[in-house]
Design a protein around this ligand. Structure first.
Ligand code: SF4
Ligand code: F3S
Length: 106
């Protein structure tokens, strides 16, 4: 499965949802996650993310491993998102800021 990681937090560009052939993305207030039970490992979303926040589970950097469980958990709580929407006005300001997990809204 593919996994959305830290740099999506407060960026949430949503370009990823436009290319996903199986609608595997779920939306929280300031972060998106992928449902591992839906993702078919097509790899299309990785190149679409302006924040480079999406990794294959087998290629996750060690400090992003916690996002594997977070994606699996939060996709059960959040609604499906199938259409691209405008990013937060300050998304570019947060792109590249390290370790935003404390800012994740549930
Ligand atoms: Fe969707 Fe493919 Fe990305 Fe999985 S890898 S979330 S199926 S676009
Ligand atoms: Fe997040 Fe990148 Fe999608 S910032 S919403 S994973 S395009």
């Amino acid at each position: 499965t593919f996994v959305v990681t830290d740099n999506c937090i407060k960026c949430k560009y949503t370009d990823c949802v436009a290319v996903c052939p199986v609608d595997a993305f779920f939306e929280g207030p300031n972060f998106l996650v992928i449902d591992p039970a839906i993702c078919i490992d097509c790899d299309l979303c990785v190149a679409e993310c302006p924040a480079e926040a999406i990794y294959q589970d087998t290629k996750l950097p060690p400090e992003q491993l916690k996002f594997l469980e977070l994606n699996a958990q939060l996709c059960q709580e959040w609604p499906n998102i199938i259409d691209i929407k405008p990013a937060p006005a300050d998304a570019d300001k947060w792109n590249g800021v390290d370790d935003k997990l404390a800012l994740l809204e549930r």
